[in-house]
Design a protein. Structure first.
Length: 279
C-alpha cells in the first residue's frame, strides 16, 4: 500500500490525540497503515489520503472515534506482571477486608481494562482466596475507550492463545467453560464484573458521583501514551475516587505525575500508591 504524506500522518496523529489523548510518535506512523486497513476497506477506500480528505471535507465524529479506537494498543493478559495480584492476596487485601467488614462491600476499578483479563484476574483471585467474601457486595468495574475490546470483555470469551498467557491451570478448570476453540468465564466470576466504554481523558471521569469510591484501582499500562499534563489531570481525578485507605496500582514503568498527593510503597517486588491527604 502507498504510504501517506507527512501532513496526512500529522492530521491523523492530531485527531487521535484530540480524542483519546494518546500521543503517537511519528516514528510509528506505519501503524496507521496496518491498524486502519480494515476501516478503509469497510469504507471502500484504498489509501489513507482518501480518509484524511474525507475528514477534512466533512466532520464525521463516528469515523473519528473509530480511528482513535483502532489506534489504541490493547496488549494485556491474565495476571499480567503477577506481583500486584500476589501482593493484594498476601498483604493488602486482608487488612482492607477487615476494615470493610461493617459494610461488607468492596469496589475495584480496572481503568483501561482492554479485553477484560485484568478485571477477571481480580475476580478469580477473590473467589479463590477469599471465600468469606462470597456474600459480600463485590463490584469490579472495567472501562476502556475502545468499544471492540469492551465487547470482548463483556463476552468473557478467550482463545486458547490468550488462555495460555499467565493463567494457572487450576484457574482454567475452576473458572472457565470450554466452548469449541474458546474458553468462557463462568458466571460466578462474570457477575462480579461490569464493563463499559469510557474515556479516561474526557471532560469528566467515568465515575463522578460524589459517593463513587473505590478500594482498589488498577490504572496500568495506559498512561505511557499520555502527555505529562494529561497524566497529572487523570491522577488528580483518580485520587478523588480512591478511598482514603485505598490502593492504586500503575504499570511497572509508570509513576504518579504529582508525587505530592501519593505515598509510594515498595513491597512484594512492586510499587503501589496510597492517596495522601492534604495536611
Ligand atoms: C496496553 S492496554 C492495558 C490493559 C491493562 N490495563 C493491562 O495492563 O494489561 C491499554 C488500554 O488503554 C486503553 N486506552 C487508551 N487510551 C485510553 C483513554 N483515553 N481512555 C480509556 N482507555 C484508554 C486502550 O484502549 C487499551 O485497551
Amino acid at each position: 500500500m502507498e504510504t501517506a504524506s507527512e501532513v496526512d500522518y500529522g492530521y491523523l496523529r492530531q485527531l487521535v490525540f484530540g480524542l483519546s489523548q494518546n500521543v503517537l510518535d511519528p516514528s510509528r506512523d506505519y501503524l496507521f497503515e496496518t491498524r486502519l486497513s480494515r476501516l478503509l476497506r469497510n469504507r471502500g477506500m484504498t489509501h489513507l489520503e482518501e480518509l484524511v480528505q474525507h475528514l477534512r471535507i466533512r466532520k464525521d465524529p463516528a469515523l473519528e472515534r473509530s480511528i482513535a479506537e483502532a489506534m489504541t494498543i490493547n496488549e494485556t493478559s491474565f495476571f499480567r506482571d503477577c506481583r500486584p495480584f500476589e501482593l493484594l492476596r498476601t498483604e493488602l487485601l486482608p487488612p482492607l477486608i477487615e476494615a470493610r467488614r461493617p459494610m461488607r462491600s468492596l469496589r475495584f476499578w480496572s481503568a483501561a481494562c482492554s479485553t477484560g483479563q485484568e478485571a477477571f484476574s481480580l475476580g478469580m483471585l477473590l473467589r479463590e482466596h477469599f471465600p468469606l467474601l462470597a456474600d459480600w457486595s463485590i463490584r469490579i468495574e472495567g472501562t476502556d475507550i475502545c468499544g471492540e475490546v469492551v465487547e470482548q470483555a463483556r463476552a468473557g470469551r478467550y482463545h486458547r492463545i490468550e488462555m495460555n498467557r499467565g493463567l494457572p491451570a487450576r484457574f482454567v478448570v475452576r473458572f472457565f467453560d470450554h466452548v469449541g476453540e474458546d474458553w468462557i468465564v463462568k458466571p460466578e466470576v462474570r457477575k462480579m464484573c461490569n464493563f463499559r466504554q469510557a474515556n479516561l481523558c474526557g471532560p469528566v471521569l467515568p465515575f463522578n458521583r460524589s459517593d463513587d469510591r473505590f478500594d482498589v484501582i488498577f490504572l496500568r499500562n495506559v498512561m505511557l501514551y499520555f502527555s505529562q499534563e494529561t497524566r497529572r489531570a487523570l491522577l488528580a481525578g483518580i485520587h478523588r475516587l480512591l478511598a482514603p485507605d485505598g490502593i492504586l496500582f500503575l504499570g511497572s514503568s509508570e509513576q504518579p505525575a504529582d508525587p505530592s498527593i501519593w505515598t509510594s510503597v515498595l513491597a512484594g517486588g512492586t510499587c503501589h500508591f496510597k492517596p495522601r491527604r492534604p495536611s
